[in-house]
Design a protein. Structure first.
Length: 267
């Protein structure tokens, strides 16, 4: 029961990975703050979590794209909860179009949500964690934060940016010798509805499920593996099926990786 009575804030908690993490944590008695843009779905997740061991599950509507509003939201959360033990940055949006067909407006929206919103929330909470000299920031990145694939140019760029930022932040926290931990979790294909909301080049949602996503790891299994990584304070982990080998192929056999990735179909 490592997470019992810990206060944990999860973004993107209304469905998919975020919902699975919330339920898994509620089964261990964590106190939860659930955030996304959809209050109705958050309340449904809250009610399910309260049927387990959690004694408090608080809903905080949060739009990562409106990152300039985040400091005030954090201020109100800290007035209620005093401190956050673990922040799980899970909220984000994906992409399904080639770079040449993706407008700059869509590029900016993806970066604002996935990168700017995430670092705005993390940086707003950091002073409180430093004050208590304790905290853990978890970032749900992606395998495409380690390599790029067709149809995901800006999505991949946003995840690469998160790795650069949080690797630097981890090094800074290590220099300060504080118990502030940073974990980057890189999922492969997880069977969620993320591709329904993935943006096409014109900004419209794809509104369909990718075959690879449908055949991916269940969010419940992913959540279990992620909580293990958090308990162990892992710096970076890759969670998925055989697609995780792409990280190692890219690292040790870059020419082979380039040949393989160029064969991915673009429709």
């Amino acid at each position: 029961m490592f997470f019992k009575d810990k206060t944990i804030w999860i973004t993107g908690a209304s469905s998919g990975i975020g919902k699975a993490l919330a339920i898994a944590l509620s089964q261990q008695g964590a106190k939860l703050i659930l955030s996304s843009r959809n209050q109705g779905k958050l309340e449904e997740v809250r009610d399910e979590c309260l049927s387990y061991l959690s004694t408090e599950v608080y809903v905080q509507v949060l739009d990562l794209e409106q990152y300039h509003l985040i400091p005030k939201i954090v201020e109100s959360i800290l007035q209620r909860f005093l401190k956050i033990d673990i922040l799980i940055n899970n909220g984000g949006i994906s992409q399904r179009d080639v770079a040449k067909n993706t407008s700059l407006a869509v590029d900016k929206r993806i970066m604002d949500i996935n990168f700017m919103g995430t670092i705005a929330l993390s940086k707003s909470l950091l002073p409180s964690m430093l004050k208590f000299q304790l905290g853990h920031i978890v970032v749900i990145s992606s395998l495409v934060g380690k390599f790029g694939t067709p149809l995901r140019s800006t999505y991949s760029a946003s995840k690469h940016a998160l790795h650069g930022f949080f690797d630097s932040l981890r090094a800074e926290m290590d220099q300060e010798d504080k118990d502030i931990y940073i974990s980057l979790i890189c999922p492969g294909y997880i069977n969620t509805r993320i591709t329904y909301n993935a943006l096409l080049g014109n900004g419209a949602p794809q509104d369909s499920l990718d075959e690879a996503q449908a055949n991916g790891m269940s969010p419940e299994v992913f959540a279990k593996k992620t909580l293990w990584a958090i308990r162990k304070k892992k710096k970076e982990v890759y969670i998925g099926k055989r697609e995780i080998f792409g990280v190692y192929i890219k690292r040790f056999f870059p020419n082979l990786f380039s040949k393989l990735i160029s064969k991915v179909k673009v429709t």
